[in-house]
Design a protein around this ligand. Structure first.
Ligand code: SF4
Length: 317
């Protein structure tokens, strides 16, 4: 995950909850992709602080560093070496067809795509394959990158010998939550997020401004929950009441203001344990830094073993 600072509920639903659940069944590795952050923003002054803020969110969400090492990409040099080797195994035409890149270029109004941005799925392939990942828990938008990773692994294995697995994407049922403005994706750049660390009052005031069914102007009007993002939030954070809310919305008995406040209360309740853990780590920053250091030692050893294996099959000496 790229370190863009504090995380939002879209990250929780699309990635974090999946990661936490997988800890019981898999040997997990969690990468703070700080080099990837440079593909869209060259400013590095806040990169470290953003990495720490994000790591605190991971820990508060239940990532257990004893089971799942956490580390920064920039601290393990093997990522860049494998990236270089992998960049010889894929064409620019293939990378230009990447639909995720096209979406980013459109969403961020990028006029000229830099080489590093075009090639970031290749760096991502190195991030995954350095640890010989079999399964990659990702959001929908990252699925094309897993396909590129599989192609690179296959190409490498055919050319030099069997070193890498072909990893598979693992999606959650709720892989994407819409933003508060109705945009299909919640994202910091669109300014439509609800942060995991948000207070109950902030959740309420943000929900108040959320976009709903445009045809439901006042309480008595019949609504369409299927087009309303607040209803999607109810499905995730208030599943027990969804059928009741759906009927009351459709019949006009339920107004949007009440429905939003109900959703705000449920989201606050859901995030309460998270906020408590977050504040513990904020008060114990040295513990967070030690967790990172130890994760980087573990990841560094594995990365070194893999790169030695790569050099051996490539006869690089
Ligand atoms: S009542 Fe609730 S589900 Fe229906 S349109 Fe309003 S906010 Fe959406």
């Amino acid at each position: 995950m790229r370190p863009t600072g504090k995380l939002h509920i879209g990250h929780l639903v699309g990635a974090l909850e999946n990661w936490v659940a997988l800890q019981n069944d898999y040997e997990n590795y969690h990468l703070i992709a700080d080099y990837h952050a440079l593909t869209t923003n060259l400013e590095t002054a806040e990169l470290y602080q953003n990495s720490i803020d994000m790591l605190i969110d991971w820990l508060a969400a239940g990532i257990d560093p004893q089971k799942s090492p956490v580390f920064r990409q920039s601290q393990i040099k093997e990522h860049t070496e494998l990236f270089l080797i992998f960049s010889m195994l894929i064409t620019t035409a293939r990378l230009e067809r990447n639909p995720t890149l096209k979406d980013q270029v459109r969403d961020l109004n990028i006029e000229n795509v830099i080489y590093g941005h075009l090639g970031y799925p290749v760096l991502q392939s190195a991030d995954i394959l350095l640890y010989k990942g079999d399964v990659v828990p990702v959001g929908e938008d990252q699925v094309p990158h897993i396909e590129i990773t599989r192609e690179i692994a296959r190409r490498f294995n055919q050319q030099y010998g069997d070193v890498f697995p072909e990893p598979e994407a693992k999606l959650t049922k709720f892989a994407r939550l819409p933003g508060l403005d109705g945009n299909a994706k919640m994202s910091k750049s669109a300014g439509n997020t609800l942060l995991l660390s948000e207070s109950p009052d902030d959740i309420k005031s943000k929900l108040k401004k959320a976009v709903t069914d445009p045809q439901k102007i006042r309480k008595g009007d019949p609504g369409r929950p299927e087009v309303c993002l607040v209803y999607t939030y109810h499905q995730k954070f208030n599943p027990a009441e969804t059928s009741e809310i759906s009927s009351a919305c459709k019949s006009g008995l339920l107004g949007c203001v009440d429905c939003k406040m109900k959703a705000a209360a449920k989201i606050s309740e859901y995030l309460a344990p998270f906020r408590e853990k977050r504040s513990y780590y904020e008060d114990n920053l040295n513990e967070v830094k030690d967790i990172l250091k130890s994760g980087e030692e573990i990841a560094g050893k594995i990365a070194n073993q893999t790169i030695n294996e790569v050099r051996e099959v490539m006869k690089l000496g």
